[in-house]
Design a protein around this ligand. Structure first.
Ligand SMILES: Nc1ncnc2c1ncn2[C@@H]1O[C@H](COP(=O)(O)OP(=O)(O)OP(=O)(O)O)[C@@H](O)[C@H]1O
Ligand SMILES: [Mg+2]
Length: 454
């Protein structure tokens, strides 16, 4: 329950504010002077404070500064007479949330408390998500609390302990490279090199010389001996990215390397033993390529001793809020900024977007937004227009809404898009029919235009 303190030496005003807030469901304590309040606050901080600026024993501004210095999350609302609005404005500069002028209307008192409570709630949620993002993950910097990602993390930890080849099959931007790196970092090879090679777009000759190296004079232009990537990774891990792009003629050579665990430099005669783990990655369906005769079946089976398939971001939307906070923190560091979080409206847009570029695309969006925003929080205006076109009409970003109101409007929107098909809406919202029905009732969405099933 949200706790509120009301400090006012004027009994009528004090009692009225306290009564209205108690009726609105807050846990309220009233004080007729600054000292008694400060003593109480030292025992237990309040969430919201309604503070009269003119108290007999202490200056209101002094109390405000004390509150903000000791409990910076407490929201202070200044209550002031008509004559001293200037002081109230000063107070908001010193960290007060807002001010009310006497005589206060009950509606304004409730509204002010509501807004302060909403701000507190959002702040706490952000702090909670941030701490989850930094501590909750099994693998540092690899974020995901969805069941699917938790299972992947467990697999990564297990595979890291075993010296087998791994195939990573997943769409672009889902975290293949991050996975390969985690397997390397968590295993016995962590102190040796992690070598990356992208097989896409190279000729067989180039791939051979890059991977196997060459002896001096092996071909025109080879003036010195070159150690290949596989050899240079001695004791470590090699990530062969875009393995599906490797030319067929080259595939047989790679197969031999995997079978014999040794290579011969181009132009060389002496074989060199290899002690490496090979992780191959692709955003194509290798099995399909095998069927089409574009990828050798024997090589496929050599590579996929263990296959890890990372799900696309749209299949694990519940990871989006945590990832957003992770990327805000990352971008804050990179750009030396202090963005505090994201507005519910902006988050709602991200939750709805399809993310063809998966996590990489989300990271880019957040990086861009953090770099360019002028506010303290990311809002829909900070997001690219391809997302904002989903922005519900008549939704004013300046308006502060309760989460209930956001939920109500969003559900209404999904219902109207699905032509009030409860099943389809439930699927999009990931809500059971019963839960959705309960919300529809709660928010009075029954009988909305076009509600066939309602
Ligand atoms: N679960 C995650 N937690 C934190 N960051 C992530 C996560 N997944 C991806 N990223 C970040 O997203 C970006 C893309 O990830 P990564 O390069 O591993 O993807 P990829 O599957 O190799 O993509 P591509 O196919 O385009 O090469 C990176 O900056 C990475 O750090
Ligand atoms: Mg990659």
């Amino acid at each position: 329950m949200i706790t509120v303190a009301v400090i006012d030496d004027e009994a009528t005003a004090r009692k009225m504010i306290a009564r209205i807030l108690s009726q609105a469901g807050y846990s309220v304590e009233a004080f007729d002077c600054g000292n008694s309040f400060l003593q109480r606050m030292d025992q237990e901080p309040f969430d919201i404070v309604f503070l009269d600026l003119e108290l007999p024993d202490r200056g209101g501004l002094e109390i405000l500064i004390h509150i903000k210095a000791t409990h910076r999350d407490t929201e202070v609302i200044i209550v002031t007479g008509h004559g001293s609005v200037n002081n109230a404005v000063e107070a908001t500069k010193a960290g007060a949330f807002h001010y009310l002028t006497k005589p206060c209307r009950s509606h304004d008192i409730r509204l002010m408390a509501e807004r302060a409570a909403e701000k507190l709630r959002l702040h706490r949620e952000n702090v909670h998500l941030k701490s989850q993002a930094s501590e909750g993950s099994l693998i540092p910097g690899f974020i995901g609390n969805s069941k699917a990602m938790q299972a992947i993390f467990e697999t990564i930890v297990k595979v890291a302990q075993v010296n087998c080849n791994v195939l990573l099959e997943a769409e672009t931007g889902t975290g293949k490279q991050l996975t390969a790196r985690a397997i390397h970092d968590l295993g016995a090879r962590k102190d040796a090199s992690f070598v990356y090679f992208n097989c896409g777009g190279f000729t067989e000759e180039l791939i051979c010389s890059e991977l196997f190296g060459h002896e001096k004079g092996a071909f025109t232009g080879a003036d010195t001996r070159k150690i290949g990537l596989l050899e240079s990774a001695a004791g470590g891990t090699v990530l062969l990215d875009e393995i599906g792009e490797i030319p067929l003629s080259m595939q047989v050579k790679l197969l031999h390397v995997l079978q014999e665990r040794r290579i011969r430099r181009v132009g060389g005669t002496r074989p060199v033993d290899l002690n490496i783990r090979i992780i191959a990655a692709t955003n194509r369906d290798l099995k399909e390529l095998v069927k089409q005769g574009k990828f050798r079946e024997d090589l496929y089976y050599r590579l996929n001793v263990v296959t890890i398939r990372l799900p696309g971001l749209s299949e694990r939307r519940e990871d989006i809020p945590l990832l957003v906070h992770h990327f805000i923190a990352k971008a804050n560091k990179a750009f030396v900024k202090d963005i505090r979080g994201i507005s519910p409206q902006a988050l709602a847009l991200l939750m709805e977007y399809g993310f063809p570029g998966n996590v990489r695309e989300l990271e880019n969006i957040i990086q861009h937004a953090v770099a360019l925003t002028e506010g303290k929080k990311l809002t829909p205006e900070d997001l690219p227009s391809r997302l904002r076109k989903f922005y519900p009409q008549g939704w004013n970003e300046e308006e502060l809404l309760s989460l209930d109101e956001v939920e109500k409007r969003y559900i209404a929107r999904v219902l109207s898009k699905t032509d009030h098909n409860i099943k389809a809406a439930g699927r999009i919202l990931k809500m059971s029919r019963t839960t959705l029905w309960r919300r529809i009732k709660k928010y009075g969405l029954v009988g909305a235009p076009g509600s066939k099933n309602a």
